[in-house]
Design a protein around this ligand. Structure first.
Ligand SMILES: C[S@@+](CC[C@H](N)C(=O)[O-])C[C@H]1O[C@@H](n2cnc3c(N)ncnc32)[C@H](O)[C@@H]1O
Length: 271
């Protein structure tokens, strides 16, 4: 298995092979087909619901088995089916950590008979109920109001003691609603490819920062797997971080040759 290269193939076969070869990963960060009938150039998004759930369960089990003991699974989904996928994750013995929400305001809707979609959930489950990686300080966000920061704030800790709260100089803790625009419109024309469900690099980079293990020097050095690489976003984000001195190993698998070509083209353009 080659790291940091696009692997053009079927992850339903390759994940099994990885397992047989003893490969383990720190993080599965993936955006699999949502089963919404999208045209990826194959039929991978067009299963009867029962088959979709069976296939999803098999995939989740393989990913679970590939995870190191402190590893995590980040799995994007859609509001139609995320409940089923979450139930499967409990069923296969993964440990629930959070249903995160990717929130965007700049989506597009053809329908006027229901609310416009403004979010996609991404589930976080860990392999172990006790140990996982979450780099809280790497994904802090600016405090919304500086008013609160002017005067000291006091709270009672679990022992009932009065404690002074001091704002963190790195910013406020990120919440579980992650606000990043989709790649719609002219603003993102340089990033957007022809892939129908390409994720923004801004969002995927932030997720990597939150969940990738680091070495003692503070550089990300985990192994990240995306079995549904699409246009290569996960690889591009990892490589951009690696150019800043990080040492991420990534494994990206994509079924469709045309998307593999696009992913390779994006990677080849990186300086
Ligand atoms: C939702 S898209 C991923 C998009 C990606 N996050 C990006 O930013 O471009 C899912 C991708 O999974 C691919 N796919 C579907 N079944 C697959 C399989 N069995 N093995 C590998 N890739 C598969 C599809 O061709 C599609 O490109």
């Amino acid at each position: 298995m080659e790291f940091n290269k696009v692997i053009c193939g079927n992850s339903d076969i390759l994940l099994q092979e990885m397992l047989s070869n003893g490969i383990t990963v720190d993080l599965v960060l993936t955006d699999p087909p949502y089963n919404l009938n999208k045209d990826f150039g194959n039929d991978s998004d067009k299963f009867p619901l029962e088959d979709f759930l069976k296939i999803s369960k098999k995939r989740i089990e393989l990913c679970r088995d590939l995870l190191k003991p402190t590893g995590s699974l980040i799995w994007f989904g859609i509001h139609h089916y995320i409940g089923f996928i979450q139930a499967i994750m409990y069923e296969v013995g993964l440990s629930y950590r959070r249903m995160n929400i990717w929130y965007y305001e700049n989506g597009f809707s053809r329908s006027t008979t229901s609310p416009q979609t403004q979010y996609e959930p991404f589930l976080w489950f860990s392999k172990s109920p006790q140990k996982w990686v979450y780099n809280v300080d790497d994904v802090r966000i600016p405090y919304k109001s500086s008013e609160r920061l002017k005067n000291p704030v006091y709270y009672k800790n679990s022992k009932g003691e009065r404690v002074k709260w001091i704002p963190n100089p790195l910013g406020a803790m990120r919440g579980d609603v992650w606000s990043f625009p989709t790649l719609a419109g002219k603003l993102f024309k340089d990033e957007k490819t022809t892939h129908p469900t390409q994720k923004p690099e801004s969002l995927i980079t932030e997720i990597i920062k939150a969940y990738c293990p680091k070495n003692k020097e503070g550089f990300y050095n985990g192994i990240i797997l995306d079995p549904f690489l699409g246009s290569g976003t996960l690889g591009v984000c990892c490589e951009k971080l690696n150019r800043q001195g990080h040492k991420i190993k990534w494994i990206g698998i994509e079924l469709e040759k045309s998307w593999c070509d696009i992913a390779n083209e994006r990677l080849s353009k990186l300086k």
